[in-house]
Write a protein that binds this ligand. Structure first.
Ligand SMILES: [Zn+2]
Length: 359
């Protein structure tokens, strides 16, 4: 059984952190500069191409991530003073995906036919680290888009999903940890996305922006890496009402594996995997909560975010690298999920969603 991960920041890791993702996670961890990383400790890399292959994580949604933030806190955390710089950074990340595609390491999924080839590749029991990873391109925070009129160009370059905001405010919408809705260019962006055939990712939208975007945009909607506010009370997570609205729109929600989104009361820089006991059982709790609200297993998948600015020190304790995703299936199986349910969660729901909604 293969896995589909709906949120990884691969190019950002490759470029901003200068990681050679063709090395295994353990090889990356052993590098001198990795041991010296202090931002959120980042030392314990968990995502690399060999480990994706080893864990049969055969299809991923991979991001372009470059934000506009006026007050620079860290020069290398995808933050730029102006949108043109964010665009240039995103184009650099896009060039990395193109280079990796030319090496045969990615199969870039631009259309349904590409998706079917990747599903075939990874449904084959002989799939291995040599099999190209299927990749759907997404943008986390629309800051690199200078104007909605650029969307045809971005679509032609392979972009299929946009989350209008990230942390803080984007030029189009309020995002995580802010209060507010869309900015004046937000509705135009959403209308143009719908017209061009770009899917809306609601992850990171502030609550008001979530409501406004869901009302304005009538195309397909997903939540790429998002957990439940009923279990971890923070605006970064989805309320039950938001989850029900997403289910009503046929969305799939990817369960995220950043420790602070899994267990309540995580204090950044203080809490540890050991002190909280955070594990894949907590990912299973969030998945189960969504299934109970839906009354079925059709609306949840995995959107691990495991390379999203944190490492092993902020990941489930029983996960060494992304190759361990199979342990999550074991936990769900012990809780009574049937093998058809496990398949739906591992990849089936995302496969159905993209079969229906890729332009
Ligand atoms: Zn994110």
């Amino acid at each position: 059984m293969f896995f589909f991960d709906s949120h990884l920041d691969l190019a950002w890791n490759a470029i901003e952190w200068n990681r050679d993702l063709t090395q295994s996670s353990h090889e990356i961890r052993r590098m001198e500069r990795e041991r010296g990383q202090t931002f959120k400790a980042r030392g314990g890399n968990t995502v690399s191409l060999p480990d994706l292959g080893k864990g049969k994580v055969g299809i991923v949604v991979a991001t372009l991530l470059a934000r506009v933030v006026q007050e620079q806190r860290s020069p290398s955390f995808c933050r730029y003073d102006h949108m043109e710089a964010a665009q240039a950074a995103a184009m650099g990340q896009l060039a990395w995906y193109e280079a990796m595609e030319r090496r045969g390491l990615f199969r870039w999924i631009r259309a349904k036919t590409d998706l079917e080839i990747s599903i075939n590749d990874w449904s084959n029991p002989s799939a291995s680290s040599q099999t190209p990873i299927g990749m759907i391109l997404s943008m986390e925070g629309a800051d690199p888009i200078l104007d909605p009129s650029e969307l045809e160009m971005w679509f032609a370059r392979g972009l299929r999903i946009i989350g209008p905001a990230h942390y803080g405010v984007s030029p189009y919408a309020h995002g995580t940890a802010t209060l507010g809705g869309l900015f004046p260019k937000g509705p135009e962006l959403l209308q143009k996305m719908e017209k061009v055939g770009i899917i809306l990712d609601v992850t990171h939208l502030a609550d008001q922006a979530f409501d406004e975007a869901m009302a304005l945009y009538q195309g397909p909607v997903l939540a790429s890496h998002h957990n439940c506010r009923a279990l971890v009370d923070d605006q970064r997570q989805l309320t039950d009402d938001q989850i029900l609205k997403l289910i009503g729109r046929g969305a799939v929600i990817g369960a995220a594996m950043d420790a602070w989104m899994l267990v309540p009361g995580w204090q950044r820089g203080q809490s540890t995997v050991e002190s909280t006991g955070v594990g894949l059982c907590h990912v299973a709790d969030h998945i189960d909560h969504i299934c109970q609200l839906a009354g079925n297993v059709n609306h949840v998948g995995i959107g691990s975010d495991l390379d999203g600015g944190f490492g092993k020190e902020q990941s489930p304790g029983d996960l060494d690298t992304i190759a361990d995703l199979g342990k999550l299936s074991d936990i769900l199986h012990q809780r009574g999920y049937r093998s058809s349910d496990l398949k739906a969660i591992a990849h089936g729901n995302w496969v159905r969603f993209f079969r229906q909604n890729l332009a």
